[in-house]
Ligand binder design. Sequence first.
Ligand code: NAP
Length: 255
Amino acid sequence: MNETTMEHHANANTAGHTRPLAGRHVMVVGGTSGIGLAVARDVASAGAEVTLVGRDPQRLRRAAGSIGGARQLVGDLHDASVFEALFDALPPLDHLVITAGTASLKTLRESTPDDWRRVAEERIVGPLAIVRAALNRLRQDGSIVLTSGLLASRPMHTGAVIGAGVAAVEAMVRALSLELAPIRVNAVSPGLVDTPLLDTFFGDGKHEALASAAAALPTGRIGRPDDIAQAVRLLLTGGFITGEVLHLDGGARWA
Ligand SMILES: NC(=O)c1ccc[n+]([C@@H]2O[C@H](COP(=O)([O-])OP(=O)(O)OC[C@H]3O[C@@H](n4cnc5c(N)ncnc54)[C@H](OP(=O)(O)O)[C@@H]3O)[C@@H](O)[C@H]2O)c1
């Protein structure tokens, strides 16, 4: 193959398989803060129309204002029944991104069956309900991105319950990539990322805890919300990526 032919093939592949975000409709569940807000900002800056979902109208308004405007829907992962009605009123959707989640680390001895059920609702029932509600609205060349986390791959002694929840997300993604094809289904799995979530984790000791975590990582730093948004953009636009879990942990699984 000569150089011109190779270039022609490269261009044809790029045109055929990457899906630009301009003019696409992207929903971000959990888009009022941290990773979800960074995703919303990133796709909006690429020209997408954004719908944000969160629990609090004021936080939704503030987030929408900070990215130059977005449709705002109130919804809670713990009240899965609302999502069918929310989606019915929406224009067709190209991509659904679910980053919503909390993190309460407890040992098995400290936690109660109610804690376990809450995690199952947040990580399994809520996301499944949203994905199912979205199916009537999602375009066939669209995609879904869910959120797992480092605890699915690297255990810690307070992580059995959340670890089980996020590991379930990874199993879900692999099976749904088959069931929902040609809609593509992927996940990101963040390690430590500096977002408001970590304030609840570390409290006053956050600064020192993050500095020492960063020093232990091959990257020498913890993640920024934009690191994850960049990976989400790859999953949304990469027409050949499905059933994949993209780990963004600065090498934490191996350190
Ligand atoms: N940051 C990390 O180090 C890290 C590491 C591993 C995994 N993760 C995962 O990454 C995701 C994003 O985390 P983040 O760090 O960006 O957290 P964050 O800054 O606290 O943002 C969490 C988002 O989730 C929404 N949310 C929480 N519970 C919800 C519910 N029941 N229903 C609907 N929305 C809900 C919040 O919206 P409202 O409060 O406005 O409703 C907010 O937009 C989470 O699933 C988290 O577990 C984060």
